[in-house]
Design a protein around this ligand. Structure first.
Ligand code: TEU
Ligand code: CA
Length: 587
């Protein structure tokens, strides 16, 4: 049997540079700040870090709008700082992934400046330009199709000097590259990938990995939202026909530097709910991506075509568990695929505020959710601050504290489209309080010192520090043994100790109808896990427990309460049992 590749049993810590650690008092996190925290990261017991975009950028979308792949955003540092970060990781036995954002560039990238300079520029075809349509009745100029941008409005922007539209699936400052042009692809690989592979990175988290191959007739999307002239179109521009070809090319670039395949790709896979579609990306035989981020779990309780079009806190446990099970089937032993386990990232609200209880039961629910994600198969991703149970920004904060382009555009859209209807505006604020991307972007809470130790006491951080930093911070939790932080370290430890059941076991949902307690098994060879998680404040008996624990012996590996391991689950109590079973349970 081939040895398990390093990344399958790995836990990977995600860093958002702007909000992690400021080293020079300008209120913006930076690379020297990250380097100064590498010992802390190592102490967690993770195997690698993923650093969100640190490239040069005008920051319309926090660095996902790159103006130069080979330069670093000046407030974060220089290329030499990234080199020092790579060396610092490797010296500690940590690997490092960078973010690969190649569906689009910034409108300030030299390629786009050239492309928009004239219709005959050699780089015109590096982006997606189309002539207008005209409304037959009014003769008004209109975008080439009805696609809606992820951040609202048309996905096409009019360029007055050259009298054409260009496509931007995200902000107008993020023009989409034309992947149909081979010269564009070669330039991208050289600049965005090879420049950094030469510096020794261990792989990429690949942004919007399924959007490069667009249908070249750019058809209108079906009208799902008649109140809006622009329609969600992800089903049309995701997972296009040439994706396999493009990903094969990307792999060839990786292999050039890492012939043994130990440099990895983690693709972000939005709008792809079908298992068979996911499998085409992550099947080992297909050789496309090492693994993907599926959206099933984090999309829970979001509006179907608009994230904020939702009623907060109306999810059910049966819905959540179905989403968990859906991602886990990728690793049910019947496929050669691999995936990831995560509850948070820089685009998501905090998990305690979504599925736990940030108030009285904060600590228990943070630990219970940690048990959930740490028990799932796939490569585990942990987002900065999740390990100390950071929560969403307080509801009483003014809407002006929301800085993200997605949040700002949505709020303005509601104001304008409802003529400032107070009820609609209140609902919009509640939706932001619940699901905005900003919640993940609040400064990391290092200590009870002013500004949570993120920046100097007198400095003004780019985002406001959470009110709860004196109760929730790294320093306090390091000193306290039974903290959320200590709990996470223990979990990462047992996950390493029993990789066969934790990272690669076969998931089985025991009671899919149960709306209070999530009970599942993870079957490995000769051993299994039984996981029981109480998602509510009532004391709950787990009827099936005795049957599930049948075997040679069992013990509670991890739990967030004291006890002998058989009692009913108390509020937000969770337990992970390790059961030694007679025979191999995997067929
Ligand atoms: O996200 C792509 C994506 O499809 C979404 O999760 C997106 O954040 C959401 O739909 C907005 O409501 C990636 C990055 O993770 C994100 O931060 C970037 O904004 C986006 O790509 C554009 O590069
Ligand atoms: Ca700084």
């Amino acid at each position: 049997m081939a040895p398990t590749p390093w990344w399958k049993n790995a836990s990977i810590y995600q860093i958002y540079p702007a909000s992690f650690q400021d080293s020079n008092g300008d209120g913006i996190g930076d690379l020297p700040g990250i380097i100064s925290r590498l010992d802390y990261i190592q102490s967690l017991g993770v195997d690698a870090i993923w650093v969100c975009p640190m490239y040069d950028s005008p920051q319309y979308d926090m660095g996902y709008d790159i103006s130069d792949y080979e330069a670093v955003y000046a407030p974060y540092g220089k290329v030499a700082d990234v080199e020092a970060l790579i060396a610092g990781c490797h010296a500690r036995g940590l690997r490092i992934l960078l973010d690969l954002v190649i569906n689009h560039t910034s409108h300030e990238h030299a390629w786009f400046r050239a492309s928009r300079s004239s219709r005959t520029d050699p780089k015109r075809d590096w982006y997606i330009w189309r002539p207008p349509r005209y409304d037959p009745a009014t003769r008004q100029r209109q975008p080439p199709n009805n696609w809606r941008s992820f951040f609202g409005g048309s996905a096409w922007a009019w360029d007055e000097p050259t009298q054409e539209y260009y496509l931007h699936l995200f902000a107008p400052q993020q023009p989409d590259l034309n992947w149909e042009n081979p010269a564009t692809r070669q330039a991208l690989y050289a600049s965005a990938m090879e420049f950094w592979l030469q510096r020794g990175i261990d792989g990429f988290r690949v942004d919007t990995v399924n959007m490069y191959s667009k249908p070249q007739d750019f058809p209108d999307a079906p009208i799902l939202d008649p109140s809006n002239p622009y329609q969600p179109a992800a089903s049309l521009f995701c997972n296009g026909p040439r994706m396999p070809e493009f990903l094969t090319e990307i792999n060839q670039v990786l292999r050039k530097y890492r012939p043994h395949g130990d440099a990895i790709t983690v693709g972000e896979l939005p709008a792809t709910p079908d298992r068979s579609d996911v499998l085409r990306y992550v099947s080992a035989a297909a050789n496309q991506l090492s693994m993907v981020f599926q959206f099933d779990i984090v999309d829970c309780n979001m509006g179907a075509d608009l994230r904020f079009n939702t009623v907060p806190h109306t999810w059910t446990l049966s819905d959540l568990r179905a989403r968990v099970a859906a991602t886990q089937t990728l690793m049910d032993g019947s496929t050669d695929g691999w995936s990831t386990a995560f509850l948070e990232n820089h685009d998501q609200a905090r998990c305690v505020s979504r599925w736990g209880s940030p108030g009285k039961h904060w600590e228990k629910s943070a630990k219970m959710l940690a048990m959930l994600v740490a028990s799932l198969s796939g490569t585990l991703f942990l987002y900065q601050g999740q390990e100390i149970g950071m929560t969403n920004a307080p509801n009483h904060w003014d809407v002006g504290e929301y800085k993200d382009v997605d949040s700002v555009n949505y709020y303005r859209y509601v104001q304008e489209s409802t003529d400032n209807d107070p009820v609609a505006i209140q609902n919009a604020k509640q939706a932001l309080d619940y699901l905005a991307r900003d919640h993940a972007r609040l400064p990391m809470q290092w200590s009870a010192a002013p500004q949570a130790g993120f920046t100097d006491a007198e400095a003004k951080p780019w985002m406001r520090v959470h009110d709860n930093f004196k109760e929730v911070n790294v320093k306090g939790q390091t000193d306290q043994e039974d903290s959320v932080l200590g709990f996470w370290k223990a979990l990462l430890g047992v996950r390493k100790q029993f990789p066969g059941v934790f990272a690669a076991g076969v998931y089985r949902d025991v009671d899919p109808e149960n709306e209070e307690v999530l009970v599942f098994e993870k079957l490995g060879r000769g051993e299994k896990l039984v996981v029981t998680l109480n998602f509510g404040t009532e004391v709950r008996e787990v009827q099936e427990l005795e049957g599930l624990l049948k075997g040679k012996s069992w013990r509670v590996l991890v739990g967030n309460y004291e006890g002998d391991g058989m009692e009913a689950l108390r509020p937000y109590e969770g337990r992970i049992y390790l059961v030694d079973v007679e025979t191999a349970t995997v067929a």
